[in-house]
Design a protein around this ligand. Structure first.
Ligand code: ASP
Length: 413
């Protein structure tokens, strides 16, 4: 294909095509498709490269340009409220799907290739709180530790606002850095079709089919739950609260959704989500950098739904009976777990230990689902990232930080 023709096709169409052809290639090729996974790994490594500088530069420049700390508060509490309300809805949806359809009832566990359970997460809440404090900002950046980095960037931004005129030169440096990083993002995003193709081929080619059939009901319910969250909760927020055209929202977000689906990592998708909300959906960078970065680490509705569903699945295969009090406990812990889960592949699987332990569901359940976790993780992550986009446009509409005319038709993207 001629280079010009390639670039004439909008990126999102190339990405969708890569996703479809990747799956086909994986099915035809089988486990050998693993050999091209390196292309996807290179792509992920490049987008990971963007995360730390993008968060630092865009949050500092964003907060400094809001200029008014009350406005920052107005954006912050609305976003947090929406994060919590949507994840509560998600967990209860997972619990409802799990009890109505009983995915664990009648599962023949001998048919399932038991995977390796991940090491349990033994962090106490004290360690979690301390871990959010950017004790050494340089270390935090070196480790790409997103939550303390956001806190550091917020504080620097606030410091610049407080320093008023004297903070001006530093603010301009961060502004210029943020613009430069956005350009670097555009370059890296051109790798998306190749990365998505190879990751999809790898997943489709190496998936354990036996386990997939035995766990088909769980996998199907995971997809159904995620689709309901996107189709009901997010669509309602976009239509009724933001009052934005739903199709334009999805066209603007499709790159981020495809990258989330193929990489199974909200963190790795962050640069793409930032670009989609700013460039395609017209949200002011100051607002979007704050909400999207925060959302990528703490707003995970797909994960929250899955934690509810998987707990019931484990209870069903092991015959543990749960009462309403247990359900309430699950709803609280699944929300906490989805906040605490890092935006990386398989994070939801690790958080299961937190919920299971509290209601007496055997941790062996984790090993049963580990083999097919990736395929569910992909959909959870796409949901998590769509949720970040939804909360961003919703809050931006409420505080008038969105330029509706900017919400360009995706054909130009
Ligand atoms: N992989 C998901 C994410 O990055 C988290 C999960 O495992 O559910 O959003």
């Amino acid at each position: 294909m001629h280079v010009k023709t390639w670039f004439a096709i909008p990126l999102w169409k190339r990405v969708i095509a890569a996703l479809i052809f990747g799956v086909i290639a994986g099915i035809v090729w089988g486990p050998g498709a693993e050999s091209i996974k390196i292309v996807g790994d290179v792509f992920i490594a490049f987008i990971k490269m963007l995360v730390v500088p993008l968060i630092l530069l865009s949050i500092v420049s964003g907060v400094a340009s809001i200029g008014d700390l009350r406005k920052l508060g107005a954006v912050g509490w609305r976003a947090l409220l929406l994060f919590v309300v949507t994840s509560q809805f998600a967990v209860w949806l997972g619990l409802a799907l799990g009890s109505v359809f009983g995915p664990g009832i009648g599962v023949d566990t001998s048919a399932i290739a038991v995977g390796q359970p991940p090491a349990p997460n033994e962090t106490t809440w004290r360690e979690m709180v301390l871990g959010m404090i950017p004790q050494s900002p340089v270390q935090v950046m070196a480790d790409a530790n997103v939550l303390p980095l956001i806190i550091f960037a917020l504080l620097v931004g606030i410091g610049i606002v407080m320093a008023a005129e004297e903070g001006g030169p530093l603010a301009r440096i961060f502004d210029s850095g943020a613009v430069v990083m956005q350009k670097v993002t555009i370059v890296v995003m051109e790798l998306t079709p190749f990365g998505v193709f190879s990751l999809m081929a790898w997943v489709a080619g190496t998936l354990g089919h036996d386990a997939l059939f035995a766990l088909a009901k769980l996998v199907a319910l995971n997809y159904l739950g995620c689709l309901l969250i996107i189709g009901v909760v997010y669509v309602s927020l976009i239509h009724f609260v933001s009052k934005l055209p739903v199709t334009d929202f999805f066209r603007g977000m499709v790159d981020a959704m495809a990258v989330a689906y193929s990489t199974a990592s909200s963190n790795a998708t962050l640069p793409v989500t930032l670009r989609c909300t700013q460039r395609n959906l017209g949200v002011r960078p100051s607002t979007s950098s704050f909400i999207v970065s925060l959302g990528a680490t703490i707003n995970m509705d797909g994960t929250a739904m899955y934690l509810g569903l998987a707990t019931l699945f484990g209870a069903q295969i092991f015959g543990v009976s749960l009462d309403f009090g247990d359900y309430v406990m699950i709803s609280v812990l699944a929300t906490v777990g989805s906040i605490g889960a890092a935006g990386i592949p398989g994070a939801g699987l690790i958080m299961m230990a937190l919920v299971f332990g509290a209601v007496g569901v055997p941790l062996e359940t984790i090993a049963f689902v580990a083999g097919v976790d990736r395929i569910m993780d992909m959909m959870r992550t796409a949901t998590n990232v769509t949720g970040d986009g939804t909360v961003t446009v919703t809050v931006a509409s409420l505080v008038n930080e969105i330029d509706r005319a900017e919400m360009i038709s995706a054909d130009d993207v």
